[in-house]
Design a binder for this molecule. Structure first.
Ligand code: FPP
Length: 246
């Protein structure tokens, strides 16, 4: 029995989030420039997205560019932006064939103009697809998102449009980038690093964390199946005790 067949489709996470890590090390181990790792990471994005959609996962969120990534050497930032533009253009067919809708979270208007306009174009063209939402986190960080939500709430309170007494976790999350996306049940990070790196800080409160040793450009469908199988073997208690879980 292959790994895919072992997955219990009745217990599939509806939202999987991935911190794609290890592109630079993958390239370096081959004596190549870091951008070679990012380029090869595109195949992993393709495989993971199609595998998730085929299984019936409803949301897949990928951490593609963090607010901290601007601190990388300019040539790497430019190469990553160019790669994003190219990939968003060249993968339109994959998105359409697999009925995947592209979405994005993050401070999108401060992306490079070419990246922002390509993103809008591909999101527009895939907007009627409905098998799975592929959510790219671009110019994103969890602290930025939470601070933005607080800023928007403060503005509404100051304008007399919002009663401060109504602010609680349920209403707060309506101001997050992910307001209409359920929290991820499973968060995967590749490359053997055991960190969250400012990703979805609010949303992963009860997510199961899975750290894969695989460098992102080597991550394939079977690696995703392994992560899902590991998740399905866990007991999620949400602060309760075992006996309370049905
Ligand atoms: C982390 O590896 C990876 C990134 C910051 C960028 C991920 C981008 C891609 C896979 C390119 C295409 C993406 C899409 C969504 C089309 P790293 O550079 O931090 O690796 P290292 O830790 O080994 O240095």
């Amino acid at each position: 029995m292959d790994l895919k067949e072992k997955i219990d489709l009745a217990k599939l996470p509806q939202h999987i989030a991935i911190i794609m890590d290890g592109n630079g090390r993958w390239a370096k181990s081959r004596g190549e420039m870091r951008v070679f790792g990012h380029q090869n990471g595109v195949e992993s994005v393709r495989q993971t997205s199609t595998a998730a959609a085929e299984l019936g996962v409803k949301y897949l969120t990928l951490y593609a560019f963090s607010t901290e990534n601007w601190k990388r050497p300019k040539c790497e930032v430019d190469a990553l932006m160019n790669l994003l533009v190219q990939t968003l253009n060249s993968e339109l067919g994959t998105l359409m064939d697999n009925n995947i809708r592209l979405r994005a979270i993050g401070d999108l208007t401060h992306l490079q103009e070419s990246c922002y306009s390509q993103l809008l174009e591909t999101m527009g063209k895939t907007s009627n697809n409905n098998r799975m939402d592929l959510v790219l986190a671009l110019n994103y960080s969890g602290r930025w998102e939470i601070a933005e939500a607080a800023r928007k709430i403060a503005l509404e309170v100051a304008a007399g449009k919002l009663d401060p007494e109504s602010v609680n976790p349920d209403t707060f999350q309506l101001y997050l980038e992910t307001s209409n996306i359920p929290d991820p049940e499973l968060l995967i990070r590749t490359s053997g690093e055991n960190r969250i790196s400012n990703f979805l800080l609010w949303q992963i409160a009860y997510s199961e964390l899975y750290f894969s040793p695989r460098l992102w450009p080597d991550f394939r469908k079977n690696d995703l199946y392994e992560a899902i199988l590991d998740y399905q073997n866990r007991e999620r208690r949400f602060g309760m005790i075992s006996e309370q879980i049905i």
